[in-house]
Design a protein around this ligand. Structure first.
Ligand code: GAR
Length: 217
C-alpha cells in the first residue's frame, strides 16, 4: 500500500502550476500522488493537458449548478470517489463556502502570485507595480474562507525593476511559483508542516536545509 498522500489539483485555466506539481509527483520519493485533476471550466487549457497525460480528470462546470453549495457537493463527491486526502488549488478561481473550507481545514492549499498579505485578489501584478514595491513574489498557504488568506507555508521573492510591467513581473513570479509549489506540497504531504494557531511551523531539520528558505534572487 502506498503511503503517498492522495492529492487532487483544482484548476480553472492554463494549469502551469498543475504541470509543475504533476512533474514533481513523478519522483519516486515524492510524498504526494496526483489522483485527480478537477476543473470548474470545461474550456480550461489545463484540462486537455491532464487528459493527454492520462490523469483522472473531471469537469464540474459551476454554471450547471444553482448554488455554490450545490457545485461543492458535486466537487466533494468527486474528491470522495478518488479518496482524496489533500487538495491543491492551482489557479482555481472560485471562492468556496466556509463549510467546504472547514471540511478541508489544513488539508487544502493554494498558490497566489504575491507576497501575502499584500495584493490579494485579481490583478495582483498590476497592484504590485502600482504600489511601487521593489520585491514581489508568491505565497503558498492553507486555505481559509477569506480570499487569498490563511497560514503561510512558503514564499519566494523576485526583484521588481523599474522596467518591469505587469506582464514581465507575472512571468518572473510564475517561474518561482513552479519551484515553490512542488516544494511546499512536499512539506505538507510529508507531514512536516504544523499549524500553531494561524502560523506555520516547519520541522526544524527541514527548515534548516530547505532551499525555500534561502533567498531566490
Ligand atoms: C498563477 O499565477 C496562480 O498563482 C494564480 O493564478 C495563476 C494560474 O496559472 N492564482 C491566483 O491568483 C489565486 N488567487 P496556472 O493556471 O498557469 O497555474
Amino acid at each position: 500500500m502506498s503511503t503517498k498522500k492522495r492529492t487532487a489539483i483544482l484548476i480553472s485555466g492554463r494549469g502551469s502550476n498543475m504541470q509543475s506539481l504533476v512533474a514533481a509527483a513523478r519522483a519516486p520519493d515524492y510524498p504526494a500522488e496526483i489522483v485527480l485533476v478537477a476543473s470548474n471550466r470545461p474550456d480550461a487549457a489545463g484540462v486537455a493537458w491532464a487528459v493527454e497525460q492520462g490523469l483522472p480528470t473531471v469537469i464540474i462546470d459551476h454554471k450547471g449548478y444553482g448554488s455554490r453549495a450545490a457545485f461543492e457537493r458535486a466537487l466533494q463527491s468527486a474528491l470522495d470517489t478518488h479518496h482524496v486526502e489533500l487538495v491543491a488549488l492551482a489557479g482555481f478561481m472560485r471562492l468556496m463556502t466556509p463549510e467546504f473550507v472547514a471540511h478541508w481545514q489544513n488539508r487544502m492549499i493554494n498558490i497566489h502570485p504575491s507576497l501575502l498579505p499584500s495584493f490579494k485578489g485579481l490583478h495582483t501584478h498590476e497592484q504590485a507595480i502600482a504600489a511601487g514595491v521593489k520585491i514581489a513574489g508568491c505565497t503558498v498557504h492553507y486555505v481559509r474562507p477569506e480570499m487569498d488568506a490563511g497560514p503561510i507555508i512558503a514564499q519566494a521573492a523576485v526583484p521588481v525593476l523599474s522596467s518591469d510591467t505587469a506582464e514581465t513581473l507575472a512571468a518572473k513570479i510564475l517561474k518561482v511559483e513552479h519551484r515553490v509549489y512542488p516544494a511546499a506540497l512536499r512539506l505538507v504531504a510529508a507531514g512536516q508542516v504544523c499549524c500553531e494557531g494561524e502560523k506555520i511551523v516547519i520541522s526544524s531539520e527541514v527548515s534548516q536545509t530547505n532551499p525555500l528558505y534561502s533567498p531566490v534572487i
